[in-house]
Design a protein around this ligand. Structure first.
Ligand code: ASP
Ligand code: MG
Length: 424
C-alpha cells in the first residue's frame, strides 16, 4: 500500500480537490491510503471559533463558524456536488452549529480538540464525496477509530500497540486491493472515544503512523513546493531542490526548524525503512525529493532561518560558577516553563541559550530563575542554521547582520544574529 498526504494548501478550493482527484486517477488500480488536512487555513479559523466559544461569546462563535461553513459549502457547490452527495458534510456542519449553542464541557484543550478536529472531518468528507462522484473507489474512514492516543489534548501521544491493531484491522476488513482509503490527518481519540489532536501541522505524522502500522511501500507528501528545498524561498532567493536526503539529514533539518516536514514524521519511517517522497501537487510528474537514501555523496548546504528569537544569558548571583547543579536547575525550570532550547552555550560564569518568542512562558521562566541568576536578554533576533556549511555560506548569510553568538560542529553551524540597523 502507498500512503499519500495532502496538506491544507492542496485542498483549499474546488480546483485543488479536482487536482487531488486527478493525481489519484493516475494511481488507479493501486491500493492507496490518503491522509488529508483541513482545507486551506481552516484550522486557524477554527482556533478563533474555539476562543469565542470558550469565552461564552456565542454570537461571535457562530459568526466565525458561519464563515467556515460557507467556505465548505461554496467548494462543494463549485464541485457540483448534490445535497445528497454532501449529506455527511451537512450532518457534521449541523452538529457543530448546535454544539456551539451549548456550554463547553471539559478543559480548554479538550474543547479545542473537539472543535478543531472538525476541519479534517469536513475536508475528508468533501473530498470523498467528490471522488465517489467521479467514480473513484474512495472509502471514508474515521481516523479516531485508527489512531489511539492518551488524553494529552492538543498534543496526543500515540499508543502504538492499539493503533497498529486498529489500523491493520480497518484495512484488512474494509479495504479491497484497489480501493482508496481516505482519512483525516492530525486527529485521533482516547480509549474513551474523546477526540484528540496530535499538535499543529500533525497530518504528516498521521501519514507516517499509518505507513508504519501497515508496512507501507512508501509515503508521499504532496506539497505546493517542488520538494525539500535547501532554504525557505521566503528568506532566500536562489533555492535549490534537494533531490535525495538521508533520514538523518531530514530529521536534522526538521529539528532545526525547516517546516517542510513535521519533525515527528521521519522516525517511524526510518524504523521500517519506508521511503518518503516530497512532491509537488502542481507538477505531479516531477520526482521531487526522496528521503531515505543511504548516502548523499556531495550534500548541498541547507539554510534554516528562525526569526523572533530570544537570547537569554544567566549569571549566578552567588559566588558559584556554571556547574552541573546550576545547569540542572536551569534545565528543570526551562522544561517546567514549557520552553524548548534552540541553542545553548556556556562559559565559567555565564550560561546562554536561545528560545522562541513565547512571552508568557519566558516570563514564568524569568520569575523562577531571578532568585538564583542575573538575567540578561536580547529579543528580536534571528537564528540561522547552516547544515553542510563552508565559509562562503556563512559570509553570505551574515551580510547586513551583527553576529552575537556562533556554534559549529563538523556538519552544522548556528549563528545568532541581529539586523545591523536595529537597536537593543
Ligand atoms: N490542519 C492541521 C493544522 O493546520 C494539521 C495539518 O495541517 O497538518 O495544523
Ligand atoms: Mg497544514
Amino acid at each position: 500500500m502507498k500512503i499519500f498526504k495532502f496538506g491544507g494548501a492542496s485542498v483549499r478550493d474546488a480546483a485543488g480537490v479536482r487536482n487531488l482527484a486527478s493525481i489519484l486517477q493516475s494511481y488507479a488500480g493501486q491500493s492507496v491510503g490518503v491522509v488529508i488536512s483541513a482545507m486551506g487555513k481552516t484550522t486557524n479559523a477554527l482556533e478563533t471559533v474555539v476562543d469565542s466559544y470558550w469565552a461564552a461569546n456565542t454570537s461571535e462563535a457562530l459568526d466565525r463558524w458561519t464563515l467556515i461553513e460557507n467556505n465548505h459549502l461554496t467548494v462543494s457547490a463549485d464541485l457540483g456536488l448534490s445535497a445528497q452527495e454532501i449529506a455527511p458534510v451537512q450532518t457534521h456542519l449541523d452538529h457543530v452549529r448546535s454544539l456551539l449553542q451549548t456550554p463547553p464541557v471539559g478543559s480548554y484543550d479538550q474543547v479545542y480538540d473537539q472543535l478543531v478536529s472538525t476541519g479534517e472531518i469536513l475536508s475528508t468528507q468533501l473530498v470523498t464525496a467528490y471522488l465517489l462522484q467521479q467514480g473513484l473507489p474512495a472509502r471514508w474512514t474515521d481516523a479516531r477509530q485508527l489512531i489511539r492516543t492518551d488524553a494529552t489534548f492538543r498534543e496526543g501521544r500515540v499508543d502504538w500497540t492499539v493503533t497498529e491493531q486498529q489500523v491493520r484491522a480497518a484495512v484488512n476488513t474494509a479495504h479491497g486491493e484497489s480501493s482508496i482509503l481516505i482519512t483525516q490527518g492530525f486527529i485521533g481519540s482516547t480509549h474513551t472515544g474523546e477526540t484528540t489532536t496530535l499538535g499543529r501541522e500533525g497530518s504528516d505524522y498521521t501519514a507516517a503512523i499509518l505507513a508504519y502500522c501497515l508496512d507501507a511501500q512508501d509515503v508521499t507528501i504532496w506539497k505546493d513546493v517542488p520538494g525539500v528545498l535547501n532554504a525557505d524561498p521566503k528568506y532566500f532567493d536562489d533555492t535549490v531542490l534537494l533531490t535525495a536526503l538521508t533520514y538523518q539529514d531530514a530529521t536534522e533539518l526538521a529539528y532545526y526548524g525547516a517546516t517542510v516536514i513535521h519533525p515527528k514524521t521521519i522516525k517511524p519511517l526510518q524504523n521500517k525503512g519506508i521511503p518518503l517522497y516530497v512532491r509537488s501537487f502542481l507538477q505531479p510528474t516531477q520526482p521531487g525529493t526522496v528521503v531515505g537514501v543511504a548516502d548523499v555523496p556531495t550534500p548541498v548546504a541547507s539554510f534554516i532561518f528562525k526569526v523572533n528569537q530570544w537570547l537569554i544569558s544567566l549569571h549566578p548571583t552567588d559566588f558559584s560558577f556554571i556547574t552541573e547543579d546550576n545547569l540542572s536547575l536551569i534545565f528543570g525550570e526551562v522544561a517546567a516553563a514549557g520552553l524548548k532550547i534552540n541553542l545553548m552555550q556556556q562559559t565559567a560564569l555565564n550560561f546562554s541559550f536561545v528560545v522562541d518568542n513565547r512571552p508568557d512562558r519566558i516570563e514564568t521562566l524569568f520569575t523562577a530563575l531571578r532568585p538564583h541568576f542575573r538575567v540578561n536578554y536580547n529579543e528580536g533576533l534571528e537564528l540561522i542554521t547552516i547544515r553542510y556549511y563552508n565559509q562562503a555560506t556563512i559570509d553570505r548569510v551574515l551580510i547586513g547582520k551583527t553576529l552575537l553568538l556562533e556554534q559549529k560542529s563538523r556538519t552544522t553551524v548556528q549563528l545568532v544574529v541581529r539586523e545591523k540597523s536595529s537597536v537593543g
